[in-house]
Design a protein around this ligand. Structure first.
Ligand code: NAP
Length: 251
């Protein structure tokens, strides 16, 4: 690994789409920071796999619902790898299937705090380090949204869909705000992807169950989302900013 390797932070990098991003990001030559909140073993396994393949990585625990923990995470990265080059805001949660008239405020607040405010706080810290306005050398941010932002998730989790719609608008606005400062900001909207997120929302069989509604008749894989995000991070996407890429099997 050379001194000039770029540093990539993936929030929620221990499992699912985030873990695929960490592994493929390391293969592409990034030094990788694997953020997690609860599953240290999964994050450590990602770090070990990257190191075993000759890459460089470390895991850092930080809850995207906590500004203090996000600030500490960025300080840890500054110390270990120097200023960040690339950020993927991937950490995200769903809740149990419910109608809006069954949701309490605590659920809605958790949804917005992790999926929206966590994303905005990480982006803020990244911009402070990347922007030429602050003496940085530029960088790239990719936000992991969801096709739910377009579909609305009626009867399932409208709060989640609304949070992802906020991520989309944040992506467009931030992209325009920092376009002259060497930073590109884009988003990927995954469709239904086969990860553990569905089990965490009480629907372990969801990915297979909704396959009939997907034009390609199958769920996507974590790697298929990771590859789209990596393309947006790369110089091959050098003129793309404020873009939101549906990777959803046609949904
Ligand atoms: P997943 O398998 O459930 O993994 C979620 C990851 O996020 C885990 O690494 C988890 O950390 C981390 N995380 C959760 N809450 C966090 C918090 N408060 N602070 C820091 N990290 C946190 O999910 P996934 O399916 O890979 O989803 C990744 C992203 O894609 C999410 O933003 C999700 O909304 C989006 N997405 C997924 C799908 C899908 O069908 N899977 C579709 C559209 C969009 P621990 O390992 O420590 O628990």
């Amino acid at each position: 690994m050379t001194q000039t390797a770029k540093t990539l932070l993936v929030t929620g990098g221990g499992r699912g789409i985030g873990a695929a991003l960490c592994r493929l990001g390391a293969e592409a030559g990034y030094r990788v920071v694997v953020n997690y909140v609860a599953n240290a073993a999964a994050a450590d396994e990602v770090v070990r796999a990257i190191e075993a393949a000759g890459g460089e990585a470390f895991a850092v625990k930080a809850d995207m619902a906590s500004e203090a923990e996000i600030l500490s995470m960025f300080e840890a990265i500054d110390e270990r790898f120097g200023p960040l080059d690339a950020l993927v805001n991937n950490a995200g949660v769903v809740s149990l299937k419910a109608r809006v008239d069954e949701m309490d405020a605590a659920r809605m607040e958790r949804m917005m705090r992790i999926n929206v405010i966590g994303t905005m706080l990480c982006a803020r810290e990244a911009v402070k380090r990347m922007s030429t306005r602050h003496g940085g050398k530029g960088g790239v941010i990719v936000n992991i949204s969801s096709i739910a932002a377009v579909l609305g998730s009626a009867g399932e989790y409208v709060d989640y869909a609304a949070a992802k719609a906020a991520v989309d608008t944040f992506t467009v606005g931030l992209a325009r705000e920092v376009a002259e400062e060497g930073i590109r900001v884009n988003a990927v909207r995954p469709g239904t992807i086969d990860t553990e997120i569905h089990a965490s929302g009480g629907q372990p069989d969801r990915a297979m169950r909704v396959s009939a509604q997907i034009p390609m008749k199958r769920p996507g894989t974590a790697e298929e989302i990771a590859r789209a995000a990596l393309w947006l991070l790369s110089n091959e996407a050098s003129y793309a900013t404020g873009a939101i890429l549906n990777v959803s099997g046609g949904r």
